[in-house]
Design a protein around this ligand. Structure first.
Ligand code: ADP
Ligand code: ADP
Length: 227
């Protein structure tokens, strides 16, 4: 079952007279329950591709079908709606709200989708228990280690059961031990049936996925299964 289908996608940024071809004719399909890493050096087009895949921006040309829906030409509002329903985001910088507790951070996506308070709390507690933070429900982000903050962010990304999880350099701000823990958690989520797309510049991180797509100068130069 195909979740992501990209055909002949171009993204061209125009800065005054200068054109930057950030993505050049990308063709890509990702199936349900794959664990894919997109790897490439700085400036290769990873963030641009992530922004397209994550419905944060639209391509200059080409098509993007996400979970059987064409999303290449939608308005910003419609894209926001697709993101909240279909995608769980994990960022390098965690992007937690500092004033809120771990539990409240994880509840946030459920507030946007109109789940009532008692149900939100029940589900957010379970999600935090699932990532090993059942004893940290009422801690604020600055009272947690980096690895723990990333686990809160993962619980938040999973709370709506989105069909796809995007992780953008999820270990980039972590020490190596916490980085290993977060990668192990992503592998566990993959085993449980989640579809994960990981974006990284780090080959050792990428090789922990089951499929590695290498991007260079806006083109896919390698697409292989990791054995
Ligand atoms: P990476 O994430 O691999 O570092 P990017 O997708 O950020 O690569 O960048 C790919 C190319 O597109 C680079 O040449 C970069 O300078 C250019 N680029 C990225 N974003 C913009 C933008 N908003 N406006 C103009 N050029 C951009
Ligand atoms: P970096 O990986 O460079 O540290 P981030 O991971 O914070 O950057 O963000 C990656 C991309 O996602 C950026 O283009 C940013 O604008 C966008 N972004 C960041 N936070 C959110 C969010 N909460 N919702 C939607 N898009 C976001």
């Amino acid at each position: 079952e195909t979740l992501i289908e990209i055909r002949e996608m171009w993204k061209i940024y125009q800065i005054n007279q200068l054109q930057v071809q950030a993505l050049k004719n990308i063709n890509l399909s990702i199936k349900k329950n794959e664990f894919v890493a997109i790897v490439g050096p700085s400036g290769s087009g990873k963030s641009t591709l992530m922004n397209m895949l994550g419905c944060l921006d639209t391509p200059t040309s080409g098509t993007y079908i996400l979970d059987n829906e064409e999303v290449s030409n939608l308005s910003d509002d419609k894209l926001a709606e697709i993101r909240s329903k279909k995608i769980g985001f994990i960022f390098q910088s965690f992007n937690l709200i500092q004033k809120l507790t771990a539990l409240e951070n994880v509840e946030l996506p459920l507030i946007y989708t109109g789940v009532k308070a008692s149900e939100r709390i029940r589900r957010a507690k379970l999600a935090l228990e699932d990532v090993g933070l059942g004893q940290r429900l009422y801690h604020k982000p600055n009272e947690l280690s980096g690895g723990q903050q990333q686990r809160v962010a993962i619980a938040r990304a999973l709370i709506n059961n989105p069909p796809i999880i995007f992780a953008d350099e999820p270990t980039g701000n972590l020490d190596s031990k916490s980085g290993v823990e977060i990668m192990n958690l992503l592998k566990e989520l993959h085993k449980k049936g989640n579809t994960i797309v990981l974006i990284t510049h780090d080959n050792d991180i990428a090789n922990q996925a089951e499929r590695v797509i290498r991007i260079s100068d806006g083109t896919i130069v390698e697409d292989r299964q990791v054995i």
